[in-house]
Ligand binder design. Structure first.
Ligand code: HEM
Length: 431
């Protein structure tokens, strides 16, 4: 059978298998179904009610417990494993060919264990220290201001497409030294590649992802060549200067920075802004004290994080949550559920930027894979939320929110809003 047909059949069979398993209440299968994508929190609570480690017929265990997730993520006896190597029963999320061909993160240090992980992360670590990032703040504020000027002209706009999406891509592109003329392609590549985290649904999507990845790889190769001849003060020039770094690791690291740092931050900005719109008391406080934005962002990370779960496997037999697990048993840690664990957070479902312990959340994971861009993401989202409500204190929702169709990356796909400023008052302001 030609491989595209084989994939089509496998993908279709996989979808039916997951649908059937979800119908019997399997928590792993339900995670990938529409109701949980719209609102996963009832499912997370049912996992919590079932125990510390809950088996799924898809061939993995799930945990909603903060203590177990934190323990596993920080324990060197656990590691990451490429989805293609996991003995999962389900073929829905990753058709065999797509698993290997399409997941750009698979080649990066996010999906590697020590010593490779340690070695590769070190090359870029220096760019993300609080000190290095402080210099970025004026540029971030300038990008935010520029896009607020543009939406002010419109009155009605999509908070995701017209604002949240614009900020992170510009920041990463500047960091990597990508010229402004390529930013639109960058947005397109970033959006397409982040979808590969959930696998592909059909051969058309598989082809699109393969083409996108090839296009992006070719662009990065050109950029690398260009920086070899004309080094700048950007991250890619810095990587190029390390002769011992293999070209494929250099490209994988650059791809990781785009994929990990783009849509995640877009979703954080969207969810935080939407949370403020839905909580008038928080909005009043934010307008009166713009620095409150920092707390709003931290609580958003806890309450509804952009990355909903991560997976780890034991690298040797281990005992956790009172169970002995064999090497390679995948455990899916529901970070978003851990962030609402009542053993750690009082009244966990409430959005409360005043809670003192919000930073205990696991939105950026923990241990050696702790998000490298955590501080950058916080800076971008804080600048965006602060300026948005200062500029438009009357901002209001102007239509229903649509969700990203992903169980892994959560956030709004579209968030129609209105600045609450009439054209007339804009004209008066300008005089
Ligand atoms: C709100 C925004 C963000 C969220 C929620 C987020 C979340 C995460 C999470 C959960 C992980 C760990 C995955 C795991 O443990 O398996 C991670 C890793 C990573 N993130 Fe972020 N991230 C965000 C923004 C960024 C930004 C802006 C960058 C950089 C430009 C970035 C770069 C990375 C990198 C390089 C890793 C891999 C770290 C490693 O494997 O050692 N992230 N991120």
């Amino acid at each position: 059978m030609p491989s595209s047909w084989k994939n089509t059949v496998l993908l279709a069979v996989g979808r039916v298998v997951v649908a059937l398993r979800a119908a019997t209440g399997d928590p792993g299968a339900r995670l990938f179904r529409k109701p949980a994508i719209e609102d996963p929190y009832p499912l997370y609570e049912s996992v919590r009610a079932k125990g510390k480690l809950v088996p799924s017929k898809l061939g993995l265990l799930l945990t909603a417990e903060h203590s177990i997730a934190a323990e596993v993520l920080r324990d060197p006896r656990w590691g990451v494993m490429a989805p293609s190597e996991m003995a999962l029963v389900d073929e829905t999320a990753y058709a065999p060919d797509s698993r290997v061909l399409v997941n750009p993160l698979q080649r990066s240090f996010l999906m590697r264990n020590p010593p490779d992980h340690t070695r590769l992360r070190r090359y870029v670590g220096g760019w993300f220290t609080p000190r290095a990032l402080r210099q970025q703040m004026p540029a971030i504020e300038a990008v935010v201001g520029r896009h607020l000027d543009l939406v002010a002209e419109k009155g009605a706009f999509d908070l995701v497409d017209d604002f949240a999406k614009k900020v992170p891509v510009q920041v990463i592109a500047d960091l990597l030294g990508v010229p402004a003329s390529d930013h639109d392609s960058f947005i397109r590549w970033g959006s397409a590649l982040v979808n590969s985290i959930d696998g592909v649904r059909d051969t058309k999507e598989l082809k699109l992802l393969q083409d996108t990845l090839a296009e992006f790889d070719a662009f990065l190769m050109d950029l690398v060549e260009h920086r070899r001849r004309h080094p700048g003060d950007d991250l890619v020039s810095d990587l190029v200067a390390h002769d011992e770094l293999a070209l494929e690791d250099l490209v994988a690291t650059t791809e990781l920075l785009l994929v990990a740092g783009f849509e995640t931050t877009v979703n954080l900005i969207g969810t935080a802004a939407n949370a403020v719109l839905g909580h008038p008391d928080v909005r009043r406080r934010l307008i009166a004290e713009p620095e409150y934005a920092e707390r709003v962002v931290e609580e958003t990370l806890r309450w509804d994080p952009p990355v909903q779960y991560v997976v780890r496997v034991p690298l040797e037999p281990v005992e956790v949550g009172g169970q002995r697990l064999e090497t390679g048993t995948p455990v899916l840690m529901l970070l978003a559920a851990a962030n609402r664990d009542p053993a750690v957070f009082a009244d966990p479902h409430r959005f409360d930027p005043d809670r003192a312990d919000a930073r205990e959340h696991l939105a950026f994971s923990s241990g050696i894979h702790y998000c490298l861009g955590a501080n950058l993401a916080r800076m971008e989202a804080t600048a965006a939320v602060r300026a948005l409500f200062l500029r438009f204190p009357e901002l209001r929702a102007a239509g229903p929110v649509s969700r990203r169709p992903s169980p892994t990356i959560r956030g709004a796909r579209h968030l129609p809003v209105n600045t609450g400023v009439t054209k007339r008052s804009l004209a008066v302001d300008k005089r």
